[in-house]
Design a binder for this molecule. Sequence first.
Ligand SMILES: *Cc1c(COP(=O)(O)O)cnc(C)c1O
Length: 482
Amino acid sequence: MFYHSTRNACEAVDSARAVLEGLAPDGGLYMPEALPAFDWRKCLEGSSQEMATMILSALLPDIPDMKALVSKAYTGKFQTEDLTPTVKVGDFTVLELFRGPTSAFKDVALSMLPQLLTAARDVCGQEREIMILTATSGDTGKAALAGFRDVPGVKITVFYPDGGVSAVQRAQMVTQEGNNVKVCAVRGNFDDAQTGVKNIFAACKGQTPKYSLSSANSINIGRLAPQVMYYFKAYRDLLDRNEIKLGDQVNYSVPTGNFGDILAGYLAKLLGLPVGMLICASNANNVLTDFIRTGTYDKRRPLLKTTSPSMDILVSSNLERLLYLMSGCDTELVAGLMTDLNTNGVYTVPENMKAAIDKEFWAGCCGDEATAATIGKVWREQGYLMDTHTAAGWAAAEEYVRHTGDDRAMVVLSTASPYKFPSAVLEAIGGDLSGDEFAQMERLEAITGVPTPANLSGLRGKTELHPGVIDKDKMLEFVLSL
Ligand SMILES: *Cc1c(COP(=O)(O)O)cnc(C)c1O
C-alpha cells in the first residue's frame, strides 16, 4: 500500500516513509492511495490495544511488530486499561479521550507516535537523530513531551507563546522531566511561535548539522492513524450495553480544530465501521461551520480568544485530507483550492463535492456563553462534569438532533479533562473564581466530588526546569545550540 501527497499523485512512498517525513515535499499531506480491505467486525471483538494493532497494521503496513509497539505505547500509561472509556450521560454517550498521562485527548495519538516514528526510522535505514519541533497553543506541547520523553534517538523542543497558555498548561510544560526535552517560551502569540517553527524547517530544509527535523503535529499520518481506534471502541461499548445491534449506524459529535480527530472518524467509516453522521463542533471561531454549511472556506476573519482555546483556529490543516477524499482523490483540484487559500484566503468547492460532504458531515458552533450554559446544564441535570471543548461537542449534538430528529445513537467525544480549564468550568457551574488555577482546581473538586487527575494536582510546587523566554527571531539559534 502506497501513500502520496493530497496535491500530487505521481510520487508514491511507503507508509514508513510517510510517517518519517510527516509532510509531503510539495506541502501536501500524505494519504493512502486506496484503503485496504478490513474486517471491521473482527476488529470490534478485540480489546482497545487489539483494535489499535489491527487498524494501525492495516493503515501502516510497512511498520513491523505493531502489537509490540502498541503495547509499549499504552500499557500502564492510561487511567483505565481500555484507554478510552465511555459513559452514558442522558441521551448521549460520552467517549472520554482524556484518561491519558496529560489529561488531553492528544495523548491517544502522541503516546503512539514516538513508537511509530522510531520504527519508521529503522525501516527507512535513517541513522541520524530526530529532533521534534513543536509550537503549541497549550495541549499538544505537553502531550508530545510526555510521549517523546526519554525515547532513544529522538529529542524534542517545544515552543509556547509567553503568557499565551493557561497557568496549568504552562506548569505542565516547564516542569517536564526527561533527558531529551527542551521547552522555551517565545515573546509573541501562538502564530509567531508556529511561524517561527515553520521558518526553521524552511531555513534548515528539514536538517540541522546534528538532527533531521520532524513534527508532532496532526499533519503526520502517524498521528492521525492511532485516533481511528476509539471510534471502534465506542461502537463496541454501545453493542455491549445493548444500545445498538451490530450494523446499526452511530453518529459522532467531535470538538474540532485541525480536523484531525473527526477525519479519523471518517477513516473508521471508510474501514467499514457503521458511522452515521459526523458532527463537526466549533466554538466562536466557526470557519469550519461556515464551510460545511456553504461550501466556502474563508479564513479572512479575526481569530477570537475563547474558553476552548484548542479549537481557536483559522486554518484547519487536515481539512485538506477531506477535500482529497471528497473530490474522488482529485489532487489537481485540491492543489488549486490550497493555492486559492494561500493567495486569496478563501476557496469554494464544486457543487458535487459540497453534496458529498453534506451526506457525511454536519456542523454546529457555540460561543463562550452557550458553552458555559451547556456545562452548567449537564452538570445540574445529569451530574456529569465536562470541559469547554466537550461542551461545544455536546451543544452541536443537541442542535443536530433538534434540527434533524435523527434518533440514531449519539457519541460525544470528550477531548479534555475539566481540570485542564478549571476557571471556565468553575464559572460555568457557578463557583467562586478567587485564587489561582490550582486553588480553583481544589474548589472544583470540593464542589463536584470529581477527582482531579493526579498529573494535574501534582504540578503544584514542582520545580520549574525550563523557565526560559526568548525573542521569536532567536528560535533558530536556540535549536541549533542543542
Ligand atoms: C486538539 C484539541 C481539539 C481539536 O482536535 P483536532 O484534531 O485538531 O480537530 C479539541 N479539543 C481539545 C481539548 C484539543 O486539545
